[in-house]
Design a protein around this ligand. Structure first.
Ligand code: NAD
Length: 433
């Protein structure tokens, strides 16, 4: 099938590359001409494992191309996915400017039937607005359908998630739209949830909000563990063995970040409010998440006493491992808060340093984890990259001014580090010494 993806970011590029890999002819469009110019030259503007190879392979096979011209994308494709960003406005609502913009652009360039699919995460009833916008802007009596097909991929394992999804959610209003999307996804052989557009939109917001709430729940329990000397890892394991609960998303730590959970939670709270419901549970989940960072900073201050003029080593800048994405990454706020108190920062991340350099000042970006330890008063673990799990701790101890590790992701065993002479501060783990 000829399809196009408008919005060539994390979701758009992965969706485009994967649909091309499944044998479709795909055009990825974007209004950022620098991004399109890079992509045309074969340079990928983001880091996502396996994506570069998949894009290169499908470009070579002439199943994938890029354009700045939305008209080209619309005229050549029967199915058009909208995958533009839907960031938060200052008041927490989703900014749907990009969605409206694309809907208008599609409408004015449509000369025959098109299926327009929302892939971006949007508040419930956005589909109605997209339909209305297209109806208003359309130039002739061309038929079209709107559908919702929210994306559930996770950065860092996006290709695998796209190719092997737990489920594919499809919100449609016509048989034709249903048949088109179902045929596109048929090769994946995944469970399909076929529903109406509003329910599909809600499945996405409700899923992300539920997962964020699960993280906040275990983080809240970690405070009780800290107070009584219990171990959050063992508590979470014991809880997770119950099939109704499950082990996933029960890792206590610095809380959720990234470009999705914080904004989707905010947008869900806001749309609920607009519809006359005050979603107190989500407000509490959000507040607990905020407190996780505050509590981590307090632990750091308690351990160091005076922050001013002290050098602090930081491992991990991306909001989670295996990505270079720093949107809403805890690292940024933590570094800025420490700098405000006068700390000098030495930081290392395997892939997020180029992006972090754009938003952080006066940070010494280091060549490896050991370089971040050199001369630092303590080491803070902010992102749980595998690389940090296997450090040579004798070397770390020699390089640090004092053997102090404050671990925001619970990646080490307290007993092991204590045996090596470290003071190890975690999130709700039992001390051994
Ligand atoms: P992104 O910022 O990486 O990419 C969005 C792209 O859209 C950018 O390249 C931008 O230039 C382009 N764009 C914006 N307005 C445009 C317009 N008017 N015309 C053409 N292009 C335009 O964002 P992303 O992370 O890919 O997320 C896209 C959507 O998918 C969001 O709604 C997000 O919530 C959702 N989502 C993201 C993830 C994720 O892990 N990143 C997972 C599931 C769903």
């Amino acid at each position: 099938m000829n399809i196009s993806i408008i919005g060539s970011g994390y979701v758009g590029l992965v969706t485009g590359a994967c649909f091309a890999e499944l044998g479709n002819k795909v055009i990825c469009a974007d209004n950022d001409n620098k991004k399109i110019a890079l992509l045309k030259k074969g340079t990928i503007p983001i880091y996502e494992p396996g994506l570069e190879e998949l894009l290169a392979k499908n470009i070579k096979k002439k199943r994938l191309k890029f354009t700045f011209n939305i008209k080209e994308a619309v005229s050549d494709s029967k199915v058009i996915f909208i995958a533009v960003g839907t960031p938060s406005l200052e008041n927490g609502e989703a900014d749907l400017t990009g969605i409206e913009n694309v809907a208008r652009n599609i409408a004015i360039n449509m000369t025959q039937y098109r299926l327009i699919v929302e892939k971006s995460t949007v508040p419930v009833e956005t589909g109605e607005w997209v339909k209305r916008t297209i109806q208003i802007c359309i130039r002739s009596k061309v038929k079209f359908d709107v559908a919702s097909n929210p994306e559930f991929l996770r950065e860092g394992q996006a290709i695998n998630d796209f190719m092997h999804p737990d489920r594919i959610v499809i919100g449609v209003e016509s048989k034709k739209a249903k048949e088109l999307i179902v045929s596109l996804y048929k090769p994946l052989n995944a469970p399909l949830v076929i529903t109406d557009i509003k329910s599909a939109e809600l499945i996405k917001h409700a899923s992300n909000s539920f997962l964020a709430t699960k993280i906040s729940f275990i983080n809240a329990v970690s405070h009780i563990c800290d107070k009584v000397g219990a171990d959050i890892r063992e508590v979470a394991f014991g809880m997770g063995l119950d099939k109704r609960i499950g082990q996933a998303f029960l890792d206590a730590g610095l809380g959720y970040g990234g470009s999705c959970f914080p904004k989707d939670l905010d947008a869900f709270i806001k749309i609920s409010e607009k519809l006359g419901y005050s979603f107190e549970l989500l407000k509490a989940a959000k507040e607990i998440n905020r407190q996780q960072q505050a509590s981590f900073l307090n632990k750091t201050k308690d351990a160091l006493w005076i922050i001013k003029d002290k050098t602090i080593g930081i491992l991990g800048l991306s909001f989670k491992p295996n990505t270079d994405d720093i949107r809403n990454a805890p690292s940024i706020d933590i570094i800025k808060a420490l700098q405000e108190e006068g700390a000098n920062i030495r930081a290392y991340d395997p892939s997020a340093m180029p992006k972090a350099k754009e938003v952080l000042d006066k940070v010494i970006f280091c060549k490896d984890p050991y370089d971040a330890c050199r001369g630092s008063e303590c080491l803070l673990i902010i992102t749980e990259w595998d690389e940090f799990k296997e450090l040579d701790f004798l070397k770390v101890k020699k390089l640090l001014k004092r053997p102090l590790i404050i671990d925001g992701r619970n990646i080490y065993e307290p007993g092991d580090l204590e045996k090596l002479g470290f003071t190890y501060i975690s999130v709700g783990r039992r001390k051994h010494g």
